[in-house]
Structure formats: structure tokens, C-alpha cells
Design a protein around this ligand. Structure first.
Ligand SMILES: [Zn+2]
Ligand SMILES: [Zn+2]
Length: 227
């Protein structure tokens, strides 16, 4: 089945909808974005009840902020890595470090602000472990895989056709980067580089970042110094 991919901007964040037999959503956007989301669904002509799964790449407010309302609206199930469950259930925030000079300068004040942003808490329906979670039950050839580094429980959706939805394993554009590449903030950038090696060796072609527009894996290869 030919999959269709839609990018949905819910605040600073790029969420994605993948339509196979069912529709799955990657990330739940910033807080209070249900209204925008409803509008977008009308424009792209997706029935809310067709969305069966919301995969949260990690627990940060800009990726999980409207997840609860979107679940209530669509009836979809929410999946997140088991190690980030407590942050969406009880609050608190995993604070990543600045990776580059811009990141190091902006991290202290930016995350002091971010730390104070709260969003409606919820209990996830599906807890992802370190093992791949297949998506064929949704009519989508691909897997959810554990890709730690931005946060310890960051996960990605990798389609067999080469599209990678990677949350904050990559950034492309304001306010985090001006051009596509590695994220500006990460708990462990070396772990992210290891994940990229695995994804590149596995044949990923197109990268769909958590912030900004999709870009070719060739750009990532270049910034990692691959030939
Ligand atoms: Zn994040
Ligand atoms: Zn983010």
C-alpha cells in the first residue's frame, strides 16, 4: 500500500500523519493546539477516528503537549518509551545539554523557561521498550525503534520505504537551527551519532525532524563526516 505523509505544524513542533490502512501520528505538538489540529485535519481530509496511534518521540512539552486532547478527540492510543512514562504522568522535564556553541549559550535560560511549561498529564496506552515495535497492525510497513540521545527514552518511527521520523534526533530551522542537521540540545550527542550510523547503514533516505522541514539523509551523512 502506498503510504501518504502529512506534516502538521502544532506550534514550534513538526508533527506528522502517516496514512496506511490506518493513520498514525508522530508527536502531539505543543500545549493547547487541538483547535489548530482540528482545522488541519479538515484541510487534509483525514477523519479523526482513522487515527489509531499517536507515537510520542519523547516527553518534552513541545512533543507531548496536546497529546491528551488529541487522544480524547480521535480515540487513538498513545505510545511512548517506558522510561519517559513518569514525565507525562507526573510532570518534570528531562533537561538536555547544549551541543554546539549556540546550544551551550542558550540552554540555561531557554530550559529555565521550558521547565515551567506544563501540559495536561495522561497515562500512556502503550509502553515501548528497547525492542522494535512493528506497525503492520496499522497497515504500515515499519517499526518504532528506541533511538536514545536527545533524551534517554527518545524513539523514532522508521518506515521500510526509507522515511525516518526522528523527533529531536535532528533539527531543521528556527529556533533551534538555521539549517538541517544534528539537534542543538541533547543529553548524549554521542548516542545520537551511534543511532544515526545504524539508521544510515539500515538504508534511511529521508529524515522527518521534530522541528522544521524534512531533508535528505545525504545532509546528515555530510554533517557526520561520512563519505
Ligand atoms: Zn526535546
Ligand atoms: Zn522539541
Amino acid at each position: 500500500m502506498k503510504l501518504r505523509i502529512f506534516r502538521v505544524k502544532l506550534g514550534l513542533n513538526s508533527c506528522y500523519l502517516i496514512r496506511g490502512k490506518d493513520v498514525i501520528m508522530i508527536d502531539g505538538g505543543m500545549p493547547k493546539k487541538l483547535k489548530v489540529f482540528k482545522k488541519v485535519l479538515t484541510i487534509i481530509d483525514i477523519n479523526p477516528s482513522d487515527i489509531k496511534l499517536i507515537v510520542l518521540t519523547h516527553s518534552h512539552f513541545d512533543h507531548s503537549g496536546s497529546a491528551r486532547e488529541i487522544r480524547e478527540f480521535t480515540g487513538a492510543k498513545i505510545a511512548i518509551h517506558e522510561s519517559e512514562r513518569t514525565y507525562v504522568e507526573d510532570g518534570g522535564m528531562i533537561i538536555p545539554k547544549g551541543v554546539n556553541i549556540y546550544g551551550k549559550i542558550t540552554q540555561p535560560w531557554l530550559f529555565a523557561i521550558f521547565k515551567k511549561i506544563s501540559f495536561p498529564r495522561f497515562k500512556p496506552d502503550i509502553l515501548i521498550t528497547d525492542d522494535p515495535y512493528p506497525l503492520n497492525a496499522y497497515g504500515i510497513d515499519g517499526n518504532i525503534i528506541h533511538t536514545p540521545g536527545h533524551t534517554p527514552g527518545s524513539i523514532s518511527v522508521i518506515l521500510d520505504s526509507g522515511e525516518a521520523f526522528v523527533g529531536c534526533m535532528a533539527h531543521n530551522g528556527f529556533p533551534f537551527r538555521l539549517s538541517p542537521g544534528l539537534p542543538t540540545y541533547a543529553q548524549n550527542i554521542e548516542e545520537i551519532k551511534k543511532c544515526w550510523k545504524l539508521l544510515i547503514d539500515g538504508g534511511v533516505k529521508m529524515i522527518y525532524p521534530g522541528h522544521g522541514k524534512p531533508f535528505s539523509v545525504e545532509i546528515m551523512k555530510e554533517s557526520l563526516g561520512y563519505q
